[in-house]
Design a protein around this ligand. Structure first.
Ligand code: ADP
Ligand code: MG
Length: 154
């Protein structure tokens, strides 16, 4: 484990009570994202990974055309920064993200990756885990580096 990288990350637990709140959280994250950031999204189908990505893309200035890349695999949004949206759901579990070009994406852009638990955790400097609490509420566990922490504070 890379403890020195973990040392400056903090875990924050939030609850969102509807999709709009999750999108608003994503928007705050998107405003703070920097090139090189690689944000992993975890949670069951329907937990809200694509929903929070809508906010993240909007916050990064990338517009509102966010679709579930479960079917597309990879979407690029050009805003304040270039943001790559990936979904590992349909990939074989041993797929090496280098072969998808992730290292190159992160030189000048940032990435948001759904189903990030299907690959090596060392790709990610930030993580958002969504758990379904009820029909419209989600428990959200964020593991964030310092420059993204303000997003969790609302
Ligand atoms: P995933 O990408 O994790 O499979 P989606 O974001 O596609 O999930 O779908 C989440 C679904 O749950 C959407 O239909 C959304 O409207 C709904 N939902 C209900 N409450 C919430 C909430 N608090 N946060 C996010 N999504 C929610
Ligand atoms: Mg999705």
């Amino acid at each position: 484990m890379d403890t020195s990288t973990f040392a400056d990350r903090q875990v924050v637990r939030l609850v969102t009570s509807d999709p709009e709140e999750t999108i608003a959280l994503g928007r705050r994250l998107g405003r703070l994202l920097r090139p090189g950031d690689c944000l992993g999204l975890q949670g069951d189908l329907g937990a809200g990974k694509t929903t929070i990505t809508k906010g993240i893309v909007a916050g990064a200035g990338g517009g509102d055309d966010v679709r579930s890349p479960t079917f597309l695999l990879h979407q690029v949004h050009h805003g304040r920064i270039t943001l790559h949206h990936l979904d590992l759901y349909r990939l074989p579990s041993e797929t090496d993200l280098s072969s998808l070009g992730l290292e190159e994406f992160l030189v000048e852009g940032a990435a948001v990756v759904e189903w990030s638990d299907r690959t090596d955790p060392w790709w990610f400097n930030a993580k958002v885990e969504l758990r379904i609490g009820g029909e419209a509420w989600r428990e959200v566990l964020l593991t964030l580096p310092r420059h993204l922490l303000a997003a969790a504070r609302g």
